[in-house]
Design a protein around this ligand. Structure first.
Ligand SMILES: Cc1cc2nc3c(=O)[nH]c(=O)nc-3n(C[C@H](O)[C@H](O)[C@H](O)COP(=O)(O)OP(=O)(O)OC[C@H]3O[C@@H](n4cnc5c(N)ncnc54)[C@H](O)[C@@H]3O)c2cc1C
Length: 447
């Protein structure tokens, strides 16, 4: 079997093996099917729920019990340094918390930088008093303004940023805020004390270490920490896209002259928690991008094209989404719903069908995000932000955009600092005080 046929067969067999029965298919956006499977059985701290669905052979081995060294004790641990995690870590530190950020790659920004996503969408939407109103503020506006004013991004409304400049700026903000960072290390478990998270377990090149914390923020995108804590969630599926950067393009309007992003075209919906399927798809995408570029280079005028890089962060859009105290619904996002515990607002991204009518992007209102959508039902001292906080699948498109990730990240970070300082469960913090602090920090809360 040649290499191409082998891969095709591999991907096909993994797809059919992982197609779980009972999937609910829903059209969310033209051409995109988003089936959902509920994937939490409430087993606190037990990691087998996801793996069970993909076991290549039956059975388990038992890991011998061993002592794990505690290397640090901090107010707030942030799991994951994407757009949400950086916002959470910087804002928690600015509000007086000692913060440790754990990131499995060697750079910050997650999908924004490493996924080569680049445009910061959902910053605006239809306002109550203005046609095209800015929904965000605070940290999101701060970082976008900094990128734009330095010439590291183009398009003031939905800035498209140079990924290396964004990584640099995030490192600088983290450094200036006094956040301690551990790169190249993976959050690998949670030690619970009743309903409280006592320590976050991390795999690094010296083995497994423990970091004790008063409060933690799950900004991993995949909800890995709430999964380890045993909080309920929904596992969602989406298509995977691998982006790349191409050099030698005669005229582009991007942030780096001569450079353009280019992506794989497949709309095949996959389960981002199925590591074998994701790996096979990643392999297929990398070969597709290279081989397509080799073909294009043969066309007259394209001789100088060069595939500079394939995104180092895998282009998975959504996996675990928290079943929070209150998951924001599509109706709430469309009907100007005001929440007593609002912590920020999301702009909008795409048109869609709503109550039998096509709603264009310009007709879609900005929407409020309630604090309760960041709070898990079970673990007392945990907050969740970024693409895995609690929202209905109907608003998946807006809720996981980079700007909304930073809005939820900022609120989770400030709330975590407050929860750690007062030793109060996340659900019991003084939300009025949280809102006051967020307003002072420039976050927009009101329509
Ligand atoms: C192909 C594609 C195109 C998109 N296009 C756009 C667009 O044009 N505009 C837009 O606004 N949005 C777009 N999005 C969505 C947007 O990029 C993401 O939803 C957003 O960046 C997510 O930010 P996050 O911080 O929540 O998660 P992530 O960016 O996923 O960050 C999570 C971080 O946690 C780290 N991490 C994960 N697990 C662990 C672990 N166990 N231990 C330690 N670290 C861990 C990861 O390495 C990563 O750095 C796109 C997404 C994709 C995939």
């Amino acid at each position: 079997m040649d290499r191409r046929k082998f891969l095709k067969a591999g991907v096909a067999s993994v797809v059919s093996a992982s197609a779980a029965p009972g999937l609910i298919a829903q059209e969310m956006r033209a051409g995109v099917i988003v089936p959902v499977v509920s994937a939490s059985d409430g087993r606190r701290g037990d990691v087998s729920t996801d793996v069970d669905r993909h076991l290549p052979v039956e059975g388990y081995v038992r890991e011998p019990s061993h002592r794990i060294p505690v290397v640090a004790s901090v107010d707030v641990v942030v799991a994951g340094g994407g757009a949400a995690g950086v916002a959470a870590a910087v804002c928690a530190a600015r509000h007086g918390a000692s913060v440790m950020l754990i990131e499995r790659m060697n750079y910050l920004g997650g999908l924004w930088t490493g996924g080569l996503v680049l445009p910061v969408l959902a910053t605006h939407g239809l306002g109550k008093t203005k046609d095209w109103d800015k929904a965000t503020g605070g940290f999101c506006t701060e970082i976008c303004d900094e990128l734009l004013s330095n010439g590291w991004a183009v398009n003031p409304k939905d800035p498209t940023a140079d990924p290396e400049a964004t990584k640099y700026l995030m490192d600088k903000m983290i450094y200036d805020a006094g956040v301690k960072i551990i790169y190249n290390s993976t959050v690998a478990g949670a030690v619970m004390s009743g309903s409280r998270l006592d320590s976050v377990l991390v795999d690094c090149n010296t083995g497994r270490i423990a970091i004790r914390c008063k409060t933690a923020v799950d900004a991993s995108g995949d909800g890995i920490l709430f999964h380890y804590c045993g909080d309920p969630y929904e596992a969602r599926r989406y298509h995977m896209t691998t982006l790349s950067r191409v050099y030698g393009v005669p005229s582009t309007h991007g942030p780096v002259p001569g450079m353009k992003t280019d992506g794989t075209g497949s709309r095949e919906v996959i389960d981002g928690l199925d590591v074998m399927l994701v790996s096979a798809t990643q392999q297929k995408h990398r070969m597709e991008l290279w081989e397509r570029m080799e073909q294009r280079k043969k066309e007259p005028g394209n001789e100088k094209l060069q595939l500079m890089e394939v995104a180092p962060t895998t282009g998975i859009r959504v996996t675990r989404v928290l079943d929070s105290i209150h998951n924001v619904t599509l109706e709430e996002s469309m009907e100007w719903t005001e929440f007593d515990d609002v912590i920020g607002m999301s702009g909008v991204c795409d048109p869609f069908e709503y109550k039998g009518r096509h709603i264009s992007r310009k007709e879609r209102p900005v929407w409020q995000i309630p604090y309760r959508s960041l709070v898990p039902k079970e673990t007392a001292n945990l907050l969740v932000c970024g693409r895995c906080f609690g929202y209905d699948q109907g608003i998946t498109w807006d809720a996981r955009e980079i700007s909304t990730c930073m809005v939820t990240g900022q609120a989770a970070g400030v709330a975590a600092a407050m929860s750690a300082a007062t030793r109060t469960a996340a659900k019991d913090i003084d939300v009025k005080n949280l809102q006051k602090q967020l307003r002072e920090d420039g976050v927009r809360l009101d329509f």
